[in-house]
Design a protein around this ligand. Structure first.
Ligand SMILES: [Zn+2]
Length: 460
């Protein structure tokens, strides 16, 4: 690489002469020599890596120049040599080679020499074949299986049918826990895919995310960076023509047509200064008005199953008897707790006479005076007043979600299992939940309010 000898000496000095010291109880102890080169995280290490990889790359180019079986032998010996020098060994079991138009006896020889398996085209990335034609559903079976086993988010270029199927799987997973029709889903997938501050669960809808990824891909193609695929699209598909001037010809590939159809939107997004996929997604997505209650249920110590019920209750989507009656599923709409009034959300959680002192007891334990309230008042005043991270606010938020969850649980117990608990028993459960969640946390016990709260809620 014709690096100047002085430079090489400097680099050598960096990894052979460096000495280390350890800071122990605030003072430095001794100096010792590093025996394994530079330490992990050293800013020099990426440069050394690039330098040595450059050497490897050049050696490989030299070895592969003839493009025959000898070249394969050459490549393997270069990789062996590289192992000797760097200690990085190739894992033949994880390698595949691809060959087209080569007699079987030669591919067998290559297999024997290298130990690599003979892969078949198309090459797959994350289970999806790298091809320019439109992906068929069959092409994506592996991907769907992967989504089933691991519900992660990802960045890919997908047809609408696959997006729909993936979202269906996610929805089924959320409501049923497995791949079974999500009948009776309480909240639409569209609402779930809004930000928590907009009343959703903060999931991303794949269609918009996929679009954002494609727009990001356009940026990469324009900048000529990112991956082999981008370089290939730039030089072979666009033939280095200006992307903005490119027209969608009759024989343009599916992926190119998709990208060109986003030209106008991409221009708007780029001129708005969106740089990352996330910002592009945020610029292109449909937004809802902010809700003022999201901080009541989304806070650092929240308990997911409580939150889910609290979230559905706030949206008034729990299958209370009035809603089931409205849908024509039930004829009897009486509250299972008091048998006096219609079971609506507001009745069940706030107005029902049977458990009406439960919420008052929670406020009392928190040192607050109960005020007669409706559901809307409770939600509005809590959203307004419960701000900050004090122990009181955390207790109130935890207790509210546990209260909604426990009352819903009690209603279902009485309705489906025929057993019941009294107010004191439910309060005990809520106290236990709050106590367990806060015990061992870093609480300022010099604060007199906190001392009383810890005592009342049995947080030791
Ligand atoms: Zn009632």
């Amino acid at each position: 690489m014709e690096l100047p000898p002085t430079f090489i000496t400097w680099i050598e000095a960096c990894y052979s002469e460096a000495r280390y010291s350890i800071s122990f109880n605030g003072s430095l102890i001794g100096y010792f020599k590093g025996t394994r080169g530079i330490r992990q995280g050293d800013p020099l290490s990426p440069f050394l890596f690039v330098l040595s990889m450059n050497v490897l790359s050049r050696l490989l180019n030299l070895a592969a120049v003839r493009g025959n079986v000898e070249s394969v032998i050459g490549v393997i010996s270069v990789i062996d040599k590289f192992y000797e020098l760097s200690g990085l060994q190739l894992n033949a079991a994880k390698c595949e080679f691809y060959a087209v138009g080569i007699p079987i006896n030669i591919t067998e020889t290559i297999h024997r020499i290298t130990g690599f398996t003979h892969g078949s085209l198309p090459v797959r990335y994350l289970g999806v074949p790298l091809v320019t034609r439109k992906l068929s559903e069959k092409d994506c079976v592996v991907l769907i299986d992967k989504i089933k086993s691991k519900l992660h988010h990802w960045q890919l270029f997908l047809p609408q049918s696959i997006i729909n199927r993936s979202e269906q799987l996610c929805s089924r997973f959320l409501w049923k826990g497995f791949d079974k029709a999500a009948t009776g889903a309480r909240v639409s997938w569209k609402l779930i895919c809004h930000l928590k501050s907009e009343g959703g669960l903060g999931l991303k809808d794949l269609k918009t995310w996929n679009k954002a990824c494609m727009i990001q891909l356009i940026r990469n193609i324009l900048a000529g960076k990112g991956s082999l695929w981008v370089a290939w699209v730039k030089s072979y598909v666009l033939k280095d023509k200006d992307f903005w001037q490119s027209e969608c010809g009759t024989n343009a590939s599916w992926s190119l047509r998709k990208l060109l159809s986003l030209k106008r939107e991409a221009q708007t997004v780029f001129s708005a200064g969106a740089l990352t996929t996330r910002v592009i997604w945020d610029t292109t997505r449909v937004k809802r008005d902010k809700v003022n209650w999201h901080n009541l249920i989304w806070f650092p110590l929240h308990i997911p199953k409580h939150n889910m019920i609290a979230w559905i209750a706030i949206l008034d989507r729990l299958p209370t008897k009035n809603r089931l009656q409205h849908m024509g599923i039930l004829s009897d709409g009486l509250c299972v707790l008091c048998n006096d009034d219609m079971e609506t959300r507001d009745h069940l959680f706030i107005e029902c006479s049977l458990l009406d002192s439960l919420w008052k007891a929670i406020l009392h334990l928190s040192g607050l005076r109960p005020s007669s309230s409706s559901w809307n008042n409770l939600l509005a005043s809590a959203s307004h007043a419960w701000k900050g991270k004090s122990l009181l606010i955390t207790i109130l938020k935890l207790a509210l979600c546990a209260f909604l969850y426990s009352l819903w649980e009690e209603r279902n117990r009485r309705l489906f299992k025929g057993n019941s608990r009294n107010e004191a028993e439910i309060l005990k459960v809520i106290k236990e939940i709050v106590g367990t969640q806060l015990r061992g946390r870093n609480i300022n016990i010099l604060d007199s309010v906190n001392i009383t709260l810890c005592k009342n809620w049995s947080i030791e």
